[in-house]
Every structure is written in structure tokens, then in C-alpha cells.
Design a protein around this ligand. Structure first.
Ligand SMILES: [Zn+2]
Length: 390
């Protein structure tokens, strides 16, 4: 028998199940939630709650699904503080800064990389993130990329092969040779350790033809595509991602009307990464335009040591509401159910029966406070798989 726990006296419960409550977020006021083992067993009005083994009094606080951060780069070593400071003094961001992290990551031991990853996953958990995708991309050799994915897999199920982050320094004069490596021996070494294949489709990284070759090769090895698309400039990435059935096109900062239409009509989620524009002092993506067109919009941190060194989903929600035209409800949905959609997961990002008991108790009466009180540590408690972790 598993142990059941009642969380009662919830001020506002976000279920993300419209059949259970108000609006797309399925909001229930004065709610209760029952956890049974690692799953949600029941959600509804407090007065109707069933008997359980244990009870926790939420004292009128808000409860929402744990955040699903569908895009991060956490297998790395080194530090790029000086690069950030230089950028804030006026130097522009380019994809080339990745090379300094590659050198530091290659030189680090497995233990150092694992400890660094665990540290950032815990940092994210303390802010309410209960599902975290992470990528390789700072090794850029078959051995180093496979090592990064192996280490990532010790900490999360959502592991992405990003050998095509930038062209490895050894292939600086032979990008075609590097693509052959990424789609050949490196893919063979990495495919057993990953669920997803990703490519940075951008000027200075990989063009549309190279990205197509990389994602197609990954798909043939059983990996599902996702793509870094249209971050720094207009380009073919978004439409390529939709065409190849990518789960998500990430960044989506520079979009034509045809790009927006493709996202609205396809199954590919538009994942927006406001920490990146914040940290590179760039123009934010227009979430409103995507939402009004009917696209599915997710929010994610893109946590990495170069362009977005934040693990905070609440920060991303606040920026998305203030700067990208999202309502608080849309931003909270994007950071929970939207992230789950971007990872093609049904078992996270919602708090309805059968889902994992991954949830965040806020030190606030409503999820809206995530945007209303920017920068304030609102985490009162976090349960992951039914276990209280924070
Ligand atoms: Zn990224």
C-alpha cells in the first residue's frame, strides 16, 4: 500500500486540466489535492476531499504543477562572468563564446561535471522546477559528447544530443567534415544515451541544409528532433523544425509571418527563452503574436553559462508577462503544461489524477504572484514524485 497525502486549504489550485476547474488552467479556488505514492489521485473542492493517511495544511497558499523546463545546457564547466560583463559594456553576443565553455568542459572530470549538473538541478528544484531537460554540446567529439549525455542521464530522463551546437574548433576549416562527424560516429556514440536530437540553426553555427542533415540522421537513429531556431536572425530553422516534426522550435525571436503560420498549423511547440534576450540585451520574442495566431507557446530558461545563466522559471514568467505580451495565466501555463507539451509528456505539467505528484506550493495566494512579485523567492515547498523535496 502506498501512502496517501491530502494537501488541504489551497487558496488557488492550478490543475492545467480544464475539466476540473476554471479556464485553460483548470483553476479551483478553496481546493484540496490528494497524492498517492508518486501520483496525483484526486483534485477538487476542499469540502469534497476524501480521507487520507496524512494531511498538510496549505494555509490558503497557491499550488501549481512543478515547472517543466524543456531547454537547458547544464553539462558544462568553467565560467563566463567576464564575457557577460563585457557584453553589458557594449560588446554584441555571438555563437562563438561557446568555444570557451567547450575548452573548460573537455578539461573537467566526470565527477566535476556531475557535481556541477547536480548543483544547478537542485538550484532549479528550489525554485519549483521538477522536470528538467538538458543537453550535451560542450564536448564536440564523439567521446566527449557521449560522456556528457551519460552524465546527464544519471540525473534526468530528458536528455538531448546537441553535438551540433557549434562546429568543433578542430573542424573550423571543414564544417562539412564536422557535420559528417555529427551525423556519423558521434551520433552512433550518442544515440543510446539520448531521447532527443537538437541543432543550433543560426548564422555562425549550422545552416538549413546542415540542420536538415543532422536532424534527419538523428531521427533515423530513433531520436526525436528539436531545434534552436531563429534566435539571432531570420532563417530556415522554424519551418525546418515543423517540417521534420520537431517537438519544439526554441527561441523563435525573429519570425516571418510564414514562420508564425507554420507554428500555428503544425505540432511543433514554440519555446521562448526570455532569459537569453535578457542576458544578451536583445529584443524579446513576441509571444502575443504567436498566441494570437494559435501557436502553442512554452517558456524555458535556456540555462547555460553564456547567454542565459538563470535556472529560474519564475524569472522567465515575470519577464514574459512584462516584456512579451503574455498574460500571467498564459505564462504559467507555458512554464508547466507548455513545457510538458514541448517534451511530449502527458504525465507532468498538470495536477489531475494519474499525473506525477510534482507540485509547487507558493508563498502567495495565487499563481499570478509569480509575475506580480518579480524576483521574490515565493517557494514554500516542492513535492517531486510525491516526495517533499523542498
Ligand atoms: Zn539553448
Amino acid at each position: 500500500m502506498t501512502k496517501s497525502t491530502l494537501i488541504r486549504n489551497i487558496g488557488t489550485l492550478v490543475t492545467n486540466d480544464p475539466t476540473l476547474g476554471e479556464g485553460p488552467l483548470g483553476v479551483i479556488e478553496g481546493a484540496a489535492l490528494v497524492l498517492d505514492g508518486d501520483r496525483v489521485a484526486w483534485a477538487g473542492p476542499g469540502a469534497d476531499a476524501p480521507a487520507t493517511d496524512e494531511a498538510h495544511d496549505a494555509e490558503g497558499r497557491a499550488v501549481l504543477p512543478g515547472f517543466v523546463d524543456s531547454h537547458s545546457h547544464l553539462v558544462f564547466a568553467g565560467d563566463r562572468t567576464r564575457e557577460f560583463a563585457a557584453r553589458m559594456s557594449g560588446r554584441p553576443y555571438t555563437a562563438g563564446g561557446i568555444r570557451s565553455t567547450v575548452a573548460a568542459t573537455r578539461a573537467a572530470s566526470d565527477a566535476e561535471l556531475g557535481a556541477n549538473l547536480a548543483r544547478y538541478l537542485h538550484e532549479a528544484l528550489r525554485q519549483g522546477t521538477t522536470t528538467q531537460e538538458t543537453k550535451s554540446g560542450y564536448g564536440l567529439t564523439p567521446e566527449q559528447e557521449a560522456r556528457a549525455l551519460r552524465i546527464a542521464g544519471e540525473h534526468t530522463d530528458e536528455v538531448t544530443y546537441l553535438g551540433a551546437h557549434i562546429v568543433a574548433p578542430e573542424f573550423a576549416d571543414d564544417p562539412a567534415g564536422y557535420v559528417a562527424q555529427v551525423t556519423g560516429p558521434m551520433l552512433d556514440a550518442c544515440a543510446p544515451h539520448a531521447r532527443w536530437v537538437d541543432v543550433f540553426c543560426e548564422q555562425g553555427a549550422f545552416d538549413g541544409d546542415q540542420a536538415r542533415a543532422i536532424l534527419t540522421a538523428g531521427r533515423a537513429k530513433g531520436l526525436t528532433p528539436r531545434i534552436h531556431a531563429n534566435q539571432l536572425s531570420y532563417g530556415p530553422g522554424v519551418q525546418l523544425g515543423v517540417e521534420l516534426g520537431a517537438a519544439s522550435a526554441d527561441h523563435c525571436t525573429h519570425l516571418t509571418d510564414a514562420d508564425v503560420d507554420a507554428l500555428a498549423q503544425g505540432d511543433t511547440v514554440a519555446t521562448l527563452l526570455p532569459g537569453c534576450e535578457f542576458s544578451t540585451r536583445a529584443v524579446y520574442p513576441d509571444a502575443r503574436r504567436l498566441l494570437d495566431a494559435g501557436a502553442t507557446v512554452a517558456l524555458s530558461t535556456d540555462c547555460n553559462p553564456g547567454s542565459s545563466f538563470t535556472s529560474s522559471m519564475p524569472f522567465c514568467i515575470a519577464v514574459a508577462v512584462r516584456e512579451m505580451g503574455m498574460t500571467p495565466d498564459e505564462a504559467v501555463w507555458g512554464a508547466t503544461a507548455g513545457g510538458a507539451r514541448a517534451l511530449r509528456r502527458e504525465d507532468v505539467g498538470r495536477l489531475s489524477p494519474g499525473a506525477y505528484a510534482d507540485l509547487l506550493l507558493l508563498d502567495a495566494p495565487s499563481h499570478v504572484h509569480l509575475a506580480y512579485r518579480p524576483g521574490v523567492p515565493l517557494t514554500a515547498a516542492v513535492w517531486r514524485r510525491g516526495v517533499r523535496e523542498v
